[in-house]
Design a protein around this ligand. Structure first.
Ligand SMILES: CC(C)(COP(=O)(O)OP(=O)(O)OC[C@H]1O[C@@H](n2cnc3c(N)ncnc32)[C@H](O)[C@@H]1OP(=O)(O)O)[C@@H](O)C(=O)NCCC(=O)NCCS
Length: 185
């Protein structure tokens, strides 16, 4: 069941965190393009994003149908999408207790506690859906994201060396994970 969480961020704006709906497709795509254009810290490049709003709508519709396996939430501030978070259960039966997390916050809204609130929302969802481990990969130079994950209890569990190549330079991908108490295990 979808859940809206409203909270005050550090600059006292109200932020609503909720599952994305098909009508959010254009805004989500816009934010993803902004992040790709601005930020070398994410793995996806703009050419790998959905091309059209219609394609993004279809993805969101698929997510809505697989609501116990895939969480895709957005943070809204003054009717603008300030961030998104994607948490997807492994499709492998033997790893179905695990899920992989990705997130991005729009530049003007960073440092306000929105990333932290979105991760906490997603960990709550994970616990309610029999997921007992959340994992992610963070590019080694992305110290801000690394600090955020560490602060929320994620621990490094390894690294893929020279996994990412950005403008000709190799970067390690740090692997992090957090074990959860699944509410129904
Ligand atoms: C990394 C990112 C998701 C952080 O989101 P955010 O909403 O700005 O983070 P929050 O305001 O919730 O920060 C919560 C805590 O994380 C830590 N943190 C967040 N950003 C940090 C930074 N740049 N440097 C150091 N610590 C940071 C702090 O401990 C912070 O707590 P504090 O403000 O009380 O000290 C955001 O900067 C972002 O989207 N960056 C671009 C895309 C990206 O890197 N995505 C992650 C890919 S793995």
């Amino acid at each position: 069941m979808s859940r809206n969480v409203v909270l005050k961020c550090k600059n006292t704006s109200l932020v609503t965190i909720r599952p994305a709906e098909e009508d959010d497709a254009a805004g989500v795509l816009k934010l993803m393009h902004e992040l790709c254009a601005e930020n070398p810290n994410i793995l996806v490049t703009k050419d790998e994003l959905p091309l059209t709003e219609g394609e993004e709508r279809k993805i969101i519709a698929r997510i809505e149908c697989s609501h116990t396996n895939w969480l895709f939430i957005i943070a809204m501030v003054n009717s603008e999408i300030a961030g998104f978070l994607d948490l997807r259960r492994s499709r492998l039966e033997r790893c179905a207790h695990t899920a992989e997390l990705g997130l991005g916050i729009a530049k003007p809204y960073r440092g306000l506690g929105i990333g932290k609130a979105m991760i906490n929302y997603s960990l709550d969802w994970a616990g309610k859906n029999s997921i007992s481990k959340v994992k992610l990969g963070v590019i080694a130079s992305n110290t801000g994201a690394h600090s955020l994950y560490e602060r929320l209890g994620f621990a490094e569990c390894g690294r893929h060396r020279k996994e990412v190549k950005i403008d000709g330079a190799f970067e390690d991908l740090i692997l992090m994970e957090k074990e959860l108490i699944s509410y129904d295990s």
